[in-house]
Design a protein around this ligand. Structure first.
Ligand code: KG4
Ligand code: ZN
Length: 328
């Protein structure tokens, strides 16, 4: 039997992502292609403009799909399964990829899977590492800071989440405040290397909590006050990055211990952060990160989620499945 080729599409926010993965008869999964068109139109607004994002997806989706197929060395007729993100995300943006994916599946006469964006982020790390549950999963992106316990394939128990901003959102907002540019994650990370992490004091958020929640508003306020008091941007970046990384690590390690897990998947855009990777790598848990190009939003992670659904024998999604802003 030849491998099954799965095309995955993600248009949940401001990246038009299409990827192709291959599911071998023995259950092995391999990424064949991963193409992302990152919209730059939002940079001048300092944040994503939903209506502009939708329009850009409409203009780009066909070309990005063609590029992904070419990278995989396939033609559209070789696609056996189509998967697309149905949520959570910006509804107008989601609809573009979802409708395109459904249309493609129907035209080809192949099964269609609606995928959960966060499950995609988790599979971006888990699939390639051939990791099977149980494990803990920390999803840290521009829209999410969620900690899940994954006892079995396809089962996600939320054990903690942010009470205010997402981790990536805090990186973006503090970068904007300090005039370091957008998106803020890479800008903070770069500036932090030139800064003194001791120069600006940042208190540990939610200190003493029994649960596993996150909060970034206190760090944001501390950054704002220090900025007004004349702190250097690189010092702000260094202090904030160190505080955010240590908070994410400590909370996750406590949760891992409480749930008896020794493996942690760390994924989402912020998982690209070098300081975060180093901190987890030096910790007592086995930390699994997504491979190159799979941290931030992309289509391959959705194809990986589709491959996992297929491998687990889940039935395809009905074509009536709609886009949802807040998926449970
Ligand atoms: O997963 P993603 O592409 O989109 C969402 O689903 O939200 O994550 C984007 C977020 C942005 O907030 C960006 O600033 C952050 O990931 N990010 C980083 C780094 N690279 C991207 N944050 C910290 N360090 C980085 N190197
Ligand atoms: Zn994401």
């Amino acid at each position: 039997a030849r491998p099954t080729r799965i095309l995955g599409i993600d248009t949940s926010c401001d990246d038009t992502g299409v990827g192709v993965v291959e599911l071998a008869p023995d259950g092995g999964i391999r990424v064949l292609a991963n193409r992302v068109w990152s919209q730059t139109i939002h940079a001048s607004y300092g944040g994503v403009m939903p209506e502009l994002a939708s329009r850009e997806h409409v203009e780009r989706i066909d070309a990005v799909t063609g590029d992904a197929l070419a990278e995989a060395g396939l033609t559209v007729e070789d696609v056996d399964v189509v998967a697309a993100t149905s949520g959570p995300g910006l509804v107008g943006a989601l609809l573009v990829g979802l409708m395109y994916g459904k249309g493609l599946a129907q035209a080809l006469g192949v099964p269609f899977y609606a995928a959960h964006h966060l499950e995609g982020h988790i599979f971006a790390a888990a699939s390639e590492a051939e990791l099977r549950p149980p494990y803990l999963a920390l999803v840290v992106s521009g829209g999410h800071t969620h900690l899940f316990d994954v006892p079995r394939e396809g089962e996600y128990v939320l054990v903690g989440a942010t009470r205010d901003d997402a981790a990536g959102e805090a990186f973006d907002k503090i970068a904007r405040l300090a005039g370091l540019g957008y998106p803020g994650g890479p800008a903070i990370s770069e500036a932090a290397q030139r800064g003194d992490p001791e120069a600006v004091p940042f208190k540990e958020p939610l200190k003493g909590q029994k649960g596993f929640d996150f909060s970034f508003s206190g760090l944001k306020t501390a950054a704002l006050l220090a900025h007004r008091a004349g702190a250097r941007p690189e010092d702000l970046a260094a202090g904030f990055e160190r505080a955010a990384v240590s908070f994410l690590l400590k909370t996750t390690l406590r949760a891992a211990q409480a749930h008896g897990r020794d493996t942690v998947v760390v994924s989402g855009g912020v998982a690209a952060n070098r300081a975060l990777r180093e901190a987890f790598a030096a910790s007592p848990v086995r930390a699994v990160f997504p491979g190159q190009g799979l941290n931030t939003d992309n289509g391959a992670m959705i194809a990986l989620a589709g491959a996992a659904a297929l491998r687990a024998g889940r039935p395809p999604s009905p074509l009536s499945e709609g886009a949802v802003a807040y998926a449970p």
